[in-house]
Ligand binder design. Structure first.
Ligand code: ARG
Ligand code: ASP
Length: 704
């Protein structure tokens, strides 16, 4: 009897194990492969659509509602009159561009109350994906076992031109052909780009940036991180440069919006343009990121941020000038901190090493494949050879180009015409405050001097020692007194008179760094990068052969992807459980107007609506939902992406991840990695009730 009970009990356990597999939610999948690769899994998790409703080249599908917003974010079409929903932080550059101390849209928000008030944005574009194709065979045509890496690159470049141009012949489309799995496969994306994109609305800064950098990358979150734009096209619906005669674009598909709300475990998917992940890097690479690269970059940004902060607190003008710069510097800084912690906690290096050991074992069953056998060692060697050079490259990017005038000098030197130079200068000086940059220069040069080996120093460092007794502040003061490039007037005079940049002291610093780079850093770095690329390709190819039953997705590379998972909470640390949804009540709880940044300030209108509980159709049992978390695998570039339910309706706009999960770019943890979205009910509430822009709601397709 006992035996039988035990047997039944065991069966029950195993049934429950097998009946409820919780496949992890990792992965950013290519849309045209979805049908064969993920559809069954998605359906099991709650997707109600057919694969053709997500991606099709013959009929309109979800993909037709998704745009790459300016190449750095994602946006979605939410009306048949070209309305784009994206994040506040994605449109902030434009909002800021239209702002001044008199018309401070960054702080007060901006709402076009009719079409004629919508503001054009030079340089901003929105790109649709028309179709995706596997073009591996055509792109690798001519590549054989004996082709060298250099020859391969040339062949690939030639083939890309040929195949791409053929694909867009006689159309207004463009194309992009991107390597996947380090160039083992190639995919072509045929695209359509619109250039007349106008600003329609952005909430009050205290809503759009609520929580500021204090809450950035964190959950629980209460940010109304959204803004609205509109695509304009010519009368035939084709892309056109800005013109008063352009009309709102009618997209092939726009997302219906659900007011039904979200429950735990609800199916969700995110479509968008994730920028960059490194899921298949080796333990050597992970170690470098954790031990050197991130900690150094964090340190440098820490100091730059402190300098920005000091000046922004004392001048409103400077605060407006630097708000977007500071946000972008702080953003990566905070992410890197979370990434290092997450990798440590996941024991990422151990996990990678274990996989590498398995791989080495497995290659023994492939005695005639020398490439597989040497791949890992070659990668390791390349990492060892470039340790110091890599460090210097990080410092060039972070410290040297973190000095604004150096970055500006570089842009000027690259611009070809006087006109272009003048435009660059105008844009630069609008948001430039030289005293900040002078302090940044003193710090950045000094840290490069101290942390980078002497053989990689530019020559002028010797002069700082000899003439300034190592006083970098004095040296920076000298540069700022003598360079034309820190004054708008002098710069414009220099440009107009056709003056040579070569006589400018700030430009000379750039030149010396560039010379050093070209002579002592770049050649070896390029060789090693190429070596790593080749061997990573081999290694990942081997991994895919070794783990036959595992589904592999290529690293993010700014191409259109879909991630799917579910609305879910998580345990941030032992003893705590976070909930998946936040409410307006939480905004009121966080209120704290003492801080000059007013990270937790609340606009009067929002507070009044809270007090009167006037949530209209957007509330839920007397409360107003604000943000939620789900387990979709996302990364930078996914900001602004739609979070879509199983019926294909919009439920939120993705804008961030949780701090405990930012290592997902390198290693995904299904227990802790979460994406964060603004609940679409909050978005509509702000548009309708706070901004009084109800005319926009009328354009949308609302599902109650
Ligand atoms: N962390 C988000 C992303 O990577 C949002 C960044 C904007 N917000 C900010 N406070 N800096 O883009
Ligand atoms: N906030 C990011 C973005 O701007 C999204 C992320 O990294 O999760 O794309």
């Amino acid at each position: 009897m006992k035996k039988i009970t035990a047997f039944i009990f065991l069966c029950l356990i195993s049934v429950s194990i097998f009946a409820k597999p919780t496949p992890p939610d990792e992965g950013m999948w290519l849309l045209q492969l979805l049908k064969d690769m993920n559809y069954a899994d998605m359906k099991a998790k709650g997707l109600k659509l057919k694969p053709e409703q997500i991606y099709s080249i013959n009929q309109s599908s979800l993909k037709d509602a998704i745009v790459s917003f300016g190449g750095f974010c994602t946006g979605e079409m939410i009306s048949n009159e070209g309305l784009i929903l994206t994040n506040h932080h994605c449109g902030l550059g434009q909002v800021q561009f239209h702002s001044s101390t008199e018309k401070d849209y960054v702080t007060n928000g901006f709402w076009a109350m009719n079409r004629s008030e919508e503001l054009p944005n030079k340089g901003l574009f929105a790109t649709f994906i028309i179709r995706v194709e596997d073009v591996t065979k055509q792109i690798l045509e001519g590549v054989t076992a004996t082709t060298t890496e250099d020859q391969r690159k040339k062949l690939v470049a030639q083939n890309i031109k040929k195949v791409g141009n053929k694909a867009i012949e006689n159309t207004h489309y463009k194309f992009e052909i991107k390597p996947m799995f380090y160039g083992d496969e190639y995919y072509m994306f045929v695209t359509e780009t619109f250039n007349d994109i106008r600003l329609v609305g952005a909430p009050h800064g205290a809503i759009g940036k609520f929580g500021g950098d204090t809450d950035n990358w964190m959950w629980p979150r209460h940010t109304g991180d959204f803004s609205l734009f509109r695509i304009y096209a010519d009368k035939n619906g084709k892309p056109a440069e800005y013109s008063k005669d352009n009309v709102p674009f009618k997209p092939r598909h726009h997302l219906p919006i659900s007011l039904k709300g979200v429950k735990k475990e609800d199916f969700t998917m995110v479509m968008g343009f994730p920028g960059r992940t490194q899921q298949y890097i080796t333990s050597f690479a992970v170690k470098r990121i954790m031990d050197f690269s991130n900690p150094n970059k964090i340190k440098i940004r820490d100091n730059r941020l402190k300098i920005y902060d000091k000046y922004m607190r004392t001048s409103n003008k400077v605060r407006i000038q630097y708000v977007a710069k500071q946000a972008s510097v702080a953003n990566a800084w905070k992410k890197w901190i979370g990434e290092v912690r997450g990798l440590k906690r996941l024991k990422a290096v151990n996990k990678k090493e274990k996989l590498e050991n398995d791989f080495e074992q497995w290659t023994k069953s492939k005695p005639d494949n020398l490439q597989y056998q040497t791949a890992l060692n070659n990668i390791k060697q390349a990492y060892q050879d470039t340790e110091k050079l890599f460090l210097a490259t990080d410092y060039l990017n972070e410290a040297v180009f973190g000095i604004e005038v150096i970055d500006f000098a570089y842009d000027l030197s690259e611009a070809e015409t006087t006109e272009a130079k003048k435009n660059i200068a105008t844009a630069f000086f609008k948001d430039y405050y030289a005293p900040i940059d002078e302090e940044v220069m003193a710090y950045c040069l000094e840290t490069y001097y101290k942390d980078i080996p002497a053989n990689l120093h530019p020559d002028f460092f010797a002069k700082i020692q000899a003439e300034y007794k190592g006083d970098f502040k004095k040296f920076a003061a000298y540069i700022f007194q003598n360079s034309a490039l820190v004054s708008e007037e002098k710069t414009k005079k220099l440009i107009e008179s056709g003056g040579d940049l070569k006589n400018d002291v700030a430009y000379n610093l750039l030149e010396e760094f560039m010379a050093k780079m070209a002579k002592d850093i770049r050649p070896t770095m390029q060789k090693s990068t190429s070596e790593i690329e080749l061997n990573q390709r081999t290694y990942v190819k081997g991994l895919r052969e070794m783990q036959k039953n595992k589904k592999f997705y290529p690293d993010a590379n700014s191409t259109l992807r879909i991630a799917y998972g579910k609305v879910n909470d998580y345990q941030p640390y032992d003893g705590a459980q976070y909930q998946f949804q936040t409410y307006l009540d939480g905004i009121i709880e966080k209120e704290n107007t003492k801080d000059i940044y007013e990270d937790y300030a609340i606009p009067d209108k929002l507070k009044a609506l809270y007090l009167s509980k006037d949530y209209g159709q957007y509330g839920e049992k007397g409360r107003l939902p604000v943000c939620f978390t789900a387990s979709n695998h996302t990364t930078g570039g996914n900001s602004g992406s739609p979070v879509i339910n199983g019926e294909g309706e919009l439920i939120g706009t993705n804008f961030d991840r949780n701090w405990e999960g930012t290592m997902s770019d390198i290693m995904y943890d299904p227990d802790r990695c979460r994406n964060i979205a603004v609940d679409v009910r909050y978005t509509l509430f702000v548009i309708d009730k706070v901004a009084g822009a109800g005319h926009l709601i009328k354009e949308m397709t609302i599902k109650k």
